[in-house]
Each structure stands twice: as structure tokens, then as C-alpha cells.
Design a protein around this ligand. Sequence first.
Ligand code: FMN
Ligand code: SF4
Ligand code: SF4
Length: 265
Amino acid sequence: MSDKTCEIAFFSGTGNTSLAVAEIAKVLSNSDLSVSVRTIENSSPEDLGRSDLLGIAFPVAAGATYPFVLDFLEELPSSSDGKAFLAVTMGSSPGNVGLHVRELLREKGYAPTGMAQIIMPTNFRRLRSPNMRDREVLREGLESARSFARNYLEGGTDWNHGDVEPDFAGMREDAATLWKILRSRYTLSVNESRCDGCELCAEVCPVGNITMEQGLPVFHDNCQVCMRCFSLCPQKAITVGGVEYEQWSTSEEPWRIEGFDPEQV
Ligand SMILES: Cc1cc2nc3c(=O)[nH]c(=O)nc-3n(C[C@H](O)[C@H](O)[C@H](O)COP(=O)(O)O)c2cc1C
Ligand code: SF4
Ligand code: SF4
């Protein structure tokens, strides 16, 4: 019977991060840890912080991550003796996000014990269809997630990435400014002739940025540019900045982890 608890809070726009979290959770569950998983978009920060080990996972976005994820991290409760790890998925590079998050958690009293940097196929402005190369990158990414978890259990992980002064608050402020620019550059719009009014985009948006009006989606002003609605639209009816990019999604339900239903937490 497990006597230690691990809670993983994650956000995944299009499935890469949820697949990586599933691998990490499976490996950690085979130890003395009792693992539960929850989504950041459906949790309150204060629900967390009571476990022996806190895991945070998210996609890298613009060298940081989505503003609503940064807000969530900022609001995490303090811990007196908990450990923490971070897992990020990314197309190529994490920037300094790991360094800033490590310092935030350290200030809150967590002991930062390891960071996984998992390369996955990019879900941003994809010009070509998913192909064998993406499959290979995905396979290697999932192996790297498993390997991180195995090393974690053996005490062999570290979290020493980046060479700037840690400044989580500064990163959060910069992200707020940057996302204003991203929202104006990558404005979502709907191709009315393709949209069949299924409402899926409105249902899946993690921040409630889409409402349906007269059978069509209306995009409001809090878009995180997470690609979820765009990638899951069955009719490929959503464009990004007026461009029809290739959709990328490794899961039809990126908020769900097989065997670890966040709604059961
Ligand atoms: C708006 C946006 C910005 C991104 N910025 C970065 C970046 O700075 N560095 C990087 O390596 N990947 C970047 N990516 C790629 C994602 O981090 C990567 O595809 C990730 O695995 C997606 O995870 P998800 O499927 O769980 O949402 C970006 C993706 C988006 C949508
Ligand atoms: S998911 Fe696509 S088809 Fe469905 S309402 Fe949204 S834009 Fe229209
Ligand atoms: S509107 Fe689409 S891209 Fe923007 S936050 Fe919602 S799901 Fe993500």
C-alpha cells in the first residue's frame, strides 16, 4: 500500500503534454507513490500542495507558457516540506521558463527535484501534415518522459536549466505584454461556410474564450493561443491570423489521461 502521494497538475492544448504526463504518471505509480492527476484549467491552485510530491506540466509557449498557467502557478499555496518536479513539452527549446518556475516554487517552500524537457512535434503554425518524422519525434518524446520518471525515482534528475537571473514575476509581466501582440497577430476566425455549429470549440476552450452566437463561434479577447479549438475542430473551420495551418492534435481529449481521470480527483 502506497504511503506517499504525488499530485500532477498539467495543461495540454493539443495532447502532447497529456501523453507525456501519462507516461510519467505510469512510471511513478509503479513505485511507492500514489499518483493523481488533475488539469490546471479545472483546478484551483489551493487544491494542490498537500501531497509529498507536486508535479507541474505544461507546453512551452513563446519561451514561457500560457498566461493562465502562469497565473495558476503564481497562486499555488506554500509548502513546508513538499518536493516538486516540472515537465515541459516543446518543439525545440524551453527558453528560461524552467529556471523561473523553479525559483517560484523554491520561494513557496518546495524542494525542486527535477525538470523534464521533452521535445515533441510542434503544434504552432504547422505548414505540413503530420508525417513519419512527427511519429518518430513523438515516440522519442514519450521515451524521454518515461526515462525522466525512472531517473526521478532513482534520485538522478536535476533542475538547473538557464543562465539568467530567475524572475518569475518578470516573466509573467513579459508574457502579459507578449500575449497582447500574439492575440493581434494570430487572431482566430471562423470560416462560416465550413462551420457546422457543433459547439466543440466553445466546449474545449480552457479559458472560456469562445461563445456561440447564432450558430457560430465568437472569439473573445482572452485567447491563450493554445491551439486547442483550432486543432480539434472537426470541420477545419478555424483559421489562425487568417491562415489555414495544418492542425496538430495527439489526443481528441487533451485534458484526459487514461487511467487518471482528472474529474475523479
Ligand atoms: C503559441 C505557441 C508558442 C510556442 N512556443 C514554443 C517555444 O517557444 N519553444 C518551443 O520549443 N515550442 C513552442 N511551441 C510548441 C509547443 O510547446 C509544443 O508543440 C508542445 O508540445 C505542445 O503541447 P500540447 O500538445 O500539450 O499543447 C509553441 C506552441 C504554441 C501554440
Ligand atoms: S468546432 Fe469547428 S465546426 Fe464546431 S462550432 Fe467550432 S468552428 Fe464550428
Ligand atoms: S480560443 Fe482556442 S486557442 Fe484561444 S485559448 Fe481558447 S481553445 Fe485556446
